[in-house]
Design a protein around this ligand. Sequence first.
Ligand SMILES: O=P(O)(O)OC[C@H]1O[C@](O)(CO)[C@@H](O)[C@@H]1O
Length: 170
Amino acid sequence: MIEEAKFMQEWGSIPKGEGVISKQTHFADIQSIYERVDGLSKDKLMYTVYSTTSGSLLWGQTILEPVLVHGECNMTRGHFHQRRDLDEYYWCQKGEGLLMLMDAQGKCWCEKMKPGSLHHIHGQWAHRCINTGKEALSVIACWPADAGHDYNLTFPIRVFKENDQILLKK
Ligand SMILES: O=P(O)(O)OC[C@H]1O[C@](O)(CO)[C@@H](O)[C@@H]1O
């Protein structure tokens, strides 16, 4: 017997199929992670996450809008996995940005994301996506459904864009 695929992730599009959900994050939800909170409308859309669970795996897509908050690049909240033994893959579909990583000792570094770049995230590394480009940054992820999110962290580096230059500030 040959069946149709249950989900579609067409090139350049969002995941479609039964059980795909989406969640929007607006500036009001995320403002506390930025250095400055004034000057941007609270209802500004910052990012959208589409996700679906099949068995023990999650498939998700995060679309980060090209927004600067007083020069600071739009970013996801960022998290460790509650289960530090569970890894994740990120694949950049569109746009350009940085994947910020931090280990358990607080060592923090970034990998460049561009269309096609594939990133392995070790289970003990916190991770955050940052849009440094002029268009939306679209990142697809696959990770274990029981990994969980641990938001109890602070990244020691901030990413700004000034005169088209990317600046990392401690
Ligand atoms: O929850 P955060 O840290 O804002 O990250 C954005 C997205 O990254 C994912 O965890 C994929 O890693 C999504 O589930 C999540 O919502």
